[in-house]
Design a protein around this ligand. Structure first.
Ligand SMILES: [Zn+2]
Length: 86
């Protein structure tokens, strides 16, 4: 036996005065435009169990199409450098 529950229709008023103009779909997604790469954190003594950094304090992109992500001063990949958003 099926029981059908009929809900009383809500009162229909023509009260469409409040225009919902607030659209919060505009997300401020800051792209990685203002990102700089600072200290290199590659552990050059990882193979020996130690901890030794090369002292590079700033990522300098190398010249050439294939060296864009390689630091010209320490030779490490950019991923080893600390990422800072400014
Ligand atoms: Zn390095």
């Amino acid at each position: 036996m099926k029981k059908v529950v009929l809900r009383p229709s809500s009162t229909r008023g023509s009260s469409s005065s409040s225009d919902d103009g607030r659209d919060q779909s505009q997300s401020r997604a800051h792209s990685s435009n203002n990102v700089r790469w600072t200290a290199c954190q590659k552990n050059h003594a990882a193979s020996t169990g130690g901890h030794s950094l090369d002292g590079c304090t700033r990522f300098i992109p190398g010249s050439g199409p294939n060296a864009t992500y390689t630091c010209a001063s320490c030779g490490c990949h950019r991923n080893f450098h600390k990422k800072e958003e400014c």
